[in-house]
Write a protein that binds this ligand. Structure first.
Ligand code: SF4
Length: 449
């Protein structure tokens, strides 16, 4: 039986898509083996969000070539779409397949013979309209699945290569999302994370929207929790907010890209909101869902970000009642308008700003954890156990640990937060085994132990 190994870089969407490719290989009689084991084919699904991601892709390809006895090497994903000639120039690469070609890989890979010259098939990104349905899970976790509901983006933020790599916004039908969710529930998953490039844009071209999708998904029997991976601030409507506030199955958690706390930089980034809009939104969330977990993406070192403008961002974030930050350091990406903007920020300064915001993020996280002490929250426990503590996530995305002998994997139980630790909070279980979401979210102990 021929063997195939996969390596995935980048976002959850890439992982979801690798699972589709894995199924295609399995359907053709391939055995899936771990990356690093001897394989006949090695597929690398790449990312190209930052210059570092590009470097990482090149290293992984070289590692695959060193580690295996001459496997067939197929490189696909965003880096392959954006820089096919670079990928093809790496010794040992046999196939370079773009975004459109990714899901009809077997139209291109016709034998396991290594090629004398790489076969490059990369369509113009404007022709990309296909949608691979997929979901991914984490190796240690049989509780939470990342379901791909949307792909591509119609925005044109000046720093971003994603529209160039993934094409226009498109969505999976509600019916298919519901069917996929049912399958995941049958496999034992209790939580589904809705994943895409711009999830808030869901359904735009099919005359539907994210709220309709959420309404349909909460009706899936056995599905206990639904989480939105990330949503643009201009697309998080009051209707969605009210729905999340009032629906027990919706995780009270939003991850909302901000990118900069300076209106001057937001304009240069071509973002579609102002700091005032963003701040109002965060305060509305806090009023309607006081314990909501709120995560923020920020980019530091965008061209033109002077010390004073960075200080504006720092101050804006310091005042904002959010729970954690994800900080990205700006890097110049070919073919993006931002590369033409004057006043690049020195790399040393970018690094320093990243550090400053990481310190702020830790303070926010610590304060949020402290605020949760004494609260009872539903926690979905995972396979992750260390030093006698089993870990899981609350609906509001706090990493919670309880003594491992009190709870099993994939149990959703009420837990009272006792004490913040370094990167998690220690809790005690307060509800019985295998609580249903209604009982758990209502805080009803089923069988107190
Ligand atoms: S919204 Fe902006 S940053 Fe996000 S994927 Fe679209 S273009 Fe890129």
């Amino acid at each position: 039986m021929p063997k195939v190994a996969f390596h995935t870089l980048g976002c959850k969407l890439n992982y979801a898509e690798t699972s589709i490719l894995g199924k295609q290989f399995a359907d053709r009689g391939f055995e899936l083996v771990d990356f690093g084991q001897q394989a006949d084919v090695c597929v690398i699904n790449t990312c190209s969000v930052t210059e570092r991601a590009n470097r990482e892709c090149r290293q992984i390809i070289r590692r695959a070539l060193r580690a295996f006895r001459q496997p067939l090497v197929v490189v696909t994903g965003c880096y392959a779409q954006l820089e096919p000639e670079h990928v093809a120039s790496i010794d040992g690469v046999d196939y370079v397949l773009g975004t459109k070609e990714k899901f009809n890989l077997f139209n291109h890979v016709d034998s396991l013979e290594k090629k004398l010259y790489p076969h490059v098939a990369v369509s113009d990104i404007h022709d990309v309209d296909n949608f691979g349905i997929g979901y991914s899970t984490e190796a240690t976790d049989r509780t939470r699945a990342f379901l791909k509901v949307q792909d591509g983006c119609d925005y044109n933020c000046s720093f971003c290569t994603i529209p160039l790599a993934r094409g226009a916004s498109r969505s999976q039908s509600i019916q298919t999302c519901v069917e996929q969710s049912r399958l995941l529930v049958e496999q034992g998953y209790k939580e589904i994370v809705l994943t895409g490039v711009n999830v808030g844009d869901y359904g735009k071209k099919a005359d539907t929207d994210l709220l309709s999708l959420l309404n349909a998904l909460v009706g899936v029997d056995g599905l206990q929790r639904i989480r939105i991976s990330s949503i643009e601030p201009n697309l998080l409507t009051d209707e969605i907010l009210d729905f999340v506030a009032g629906e027990k199955k919706m995780a009270p958690h939003f991850h909302i890209p901000l990118q900069s706390g300076s209106d001057i930089i937001l304009r240069a980034m071509r973002r579609r909101y102002t700091t005032q809009h963003y701040s109002d939104l965060i305060h509305r969330i806090r009023t309607k869902i006081p314990d909501c977990g709120i995560g923020v993406d920020v980019i530091v070192g965008f061209p033109g970000e002077s010390d004073a403008l960075f200080e504006e961002t720092h101050h804006f974030l310091a005042e904002l009642p959010v729970s954690y930050l994800h900080i990205f350091t700006y890097s110049e990406r070919p073919n993006t308008p931002a590369t033409g903007i004057a006043d690049p920020v020195e790399p040393r300064v970018r690094f320093q700003r990243n550090k400053t915001l990481r310190i702020l993020s830790q303070k926010k996280k610590d304060a949020f954890h402290q605020q949760m002490v004494g609260h009872e929250v539903p926690v979905l426990f995972e396979g992750d156990v260390a030093d006698g503590i089993r870990f899981g996530f609350s609906g509001n995305y706090v990493r919670v640990g309880v003594p491992a002998n009190n709870v099993g994997e994939n149990e959703l139980v009420m837990s009272r937060i006792v004490e913040p630790r370094n990167d998690f909070v220690l809790a005690e279980r307060t509800s019985g085994r295998s609580g249903t979401v209604d009982a758990v979210n209502a805080g009803i102990p089923l069988m107190v132990i």
